[in-house]
Write a protein that binds this ligand. Sequence first.
Ligand SMILES: [Zn+2]
Length: 307
Amino acid sequence: MKTFKNIFDFQLHFNTEEKCREYLEQQRWGNTPACPCCGSTNVKRFATNNRIFKCREKECRSKFSVTVGTIYENTKIPLTKWFLATYILSVHSKGISSLQLATWLGVTQKTAWHLNHRIREMLSLNAPELLDGIVECDETYVGGSESNKHAYKRIVRGGAGNKAMVLGAVERGGNVKVRVIDKTNAQNVVPVIKEFVAPDTIMVTDEHTAYNKLHLDYTHKRVNHRDKEYVRKEDILVHTNSIEGYWNILKKQINGIHHFVSPKHLQRYCDESAFRYNHRKALQDERFANALANCEGTLKWKRLTAK
Ligand SMILES: [Zn+2]
């Protein structure tokens, strides 16, 4: 793995298409390139144009480069700009707006918006393991004051002030997982929790009724916010301070940087924020490599802009 500690180092490493491509090949395949069409490793690199490989399987014979089957496929944007945008989004503490990214990269705002969203998609696959140990779970509303927004942009969704609802679970000292949900009733909340949290984990929530049946799958402890109880000392400290700390980070990011996030894209913004939280102890080069590890999978412009 290439090591870099800051943006200056980063740009020395990745200042040509060649260097970016080499790194991507290494990250994606190691020393055994594989055909993205049939999966075979029986492939050869062209001597004349060394970006291109050819599959030797009789049935396949595909020609491909390392970007085929990744978010970089068929892109007109140079890899150097993709890499820099990925770096910025994976290490910047609060993320940046498309407008700011456009200025930094010297691309149009539309291109920057597209980069932003495609990279966010990469960041969404950041914590595959189930949460374990002591897990705090809570729900919150996300979105700024609705009254100041144009009517067509207002978030139409049930709940306080028509803001969107997000459910989050954080393992103390570990990862966070977040999901945009429609309603905070047990039918919506419990299946997501089971998807996020390993069985028999110690779960801490507040008194919300949606959590009433968590004791069936978990050791469930509750803190009674309504009675102004915030911490209770038992065999563990019963509180939801970790998830509330994460909500502060998420809201600062969304309200401070993006000002407005439509519900359709909210999950990606949440994923981006969760990626950074889950890599808070990781070094810059590690964060970048982990982000890039998810580059397989394309997010087409059409799907992004679809209603
Ligand atoms: Zn093949």
